[in-house]
Design a protein around this ligand. Sequence first.
Ligand code: BG6
Length: 480
Amino acid sequence: MNLPADRLLLFGATGDLAQRMLLPSLCALDADGLLDNDLKIVATARSEMSTRDYRDFARAALEKYLPDHRRGGVAEFLNRLSYVPVDATTREGYDALATEVGAYDKGLAIFLSTAPSLFEPTIEGLVHAGLAQGNVRIGLEKPLGTDLASSEEINDAVAKAFSEDRIFRIDHYLGKETVQNLLALRFANMLFEPVWNATYIDHVQITVAETVGLESRVAYYDDSGALRDMVQNHMLQLLALVAMEPPTSFDATAVRDEKVKVLRALRPIAREETVTGQYRAGAVEGTAVPGYDQELGKDSDTETFVALKAHVDNWRWKGVPFYLRTGKRLPERVTEIVVQFRCVPHSIFEGRGASTKPNRLVIGIQPEENVQLSMMAKVPGLDRDGIRLRQIPLDIAMPDAFSGTVRRIAYERLLLDLIEGDQTLFVRRDEVEAQWEWIDAIRTLWEREDIKPKAYGAGSWGPSAAIALAERDGVSWHDE
Ligand code: BG6
């Protein structure tokens, strides 16, 4: 049984993620009394600064990124922080770091949010400083490699010092409330599971659309592209949660055992099942924006959009396509899963002039958290000219259904789980490697077939070929 750690060590503590997500999340958890009184947070990064400087830095980040209504307790939170500069590539800083961390009776949780090239030397430094013993667990932020080989290398390096039950690979989508709600929907209701299969489901769509462009991550993104940045991790995790068999319990082993079976059952993508795109200048939400290569300052073949038609080769999903698409500079920010059911086998209303449409379940993950089931209903009336049926939604808006509860960002939950040692919402090594294997095969296909991204205007839903990918099968993307 894990005890909540009494030390938290943040690598990459001056980075963008720390400012935007980690510090605000920790401060909010603290203000809500969810951090132990004796939890001390040691921050580290390469920059030379004192604890006092770092507290000022953290205060500025909190002022910028903590929503107004969660600003309580900042001063108390800052008192938990101390800072030790470490150049992760040399051994020197680690002894000072170990001294600052001091004794941790209950456990030490480490959060590594640094460039992947620093993972290996950091692990060695931790071992050298005695910061990798049995009650130390380590959280790893993406990117965990750029392909299967580099990911194995990182995993091997971490495994030399930490057993798998102490490694917490982060995919922040798993910390999102509605993503977990998908499990509640599937496995806490009798209604869906009996029809959650190829007999009743026509296809599934998963969309992760963003309006942002490159932001400040020019070098990272251009080396990565949408396939590795979004599909390899977040989208495949969503797919696994939609497609997995019911786990026997909501615990780390049971859930991850089922997810990995899905990931291993993914059929390699064929030539005609993939479309890539790169945005050109256009307008997003009414604002003119430059094209990708203009933002980048050079020509590039990196894809900012991917659409795929995937298949899970098992009994449950035989013949059910999973259409996936993600992109930057799309018309709106939306993450959703659409489960399209089949038509009724025989419509008794046809002879009376009414047509039926198949049911559709839309699980909105962001920005709206909602679940919408479209149903057929009769339009009221005496029907002298025939029966009229219309599709109407059964609509659950989560914020309304649960008003008064705090909506927490993904990192609050994930940091707390790391501190407390619960691995259920973290990705296991075999999952990451199955994800990479499938992604690597797609990249090999692109190279072999010389598939280059097609242009799409910023503010559109990607290249027209992405629409054709679905329409060839008589499927329309859910774009409203
Ligand atoms: C990150 C990607 O993992 O997820 C980013 O690197 C992307 O490119 C981000 O913008 C999206 O996260 P969210 O939570 O805003 O959907």
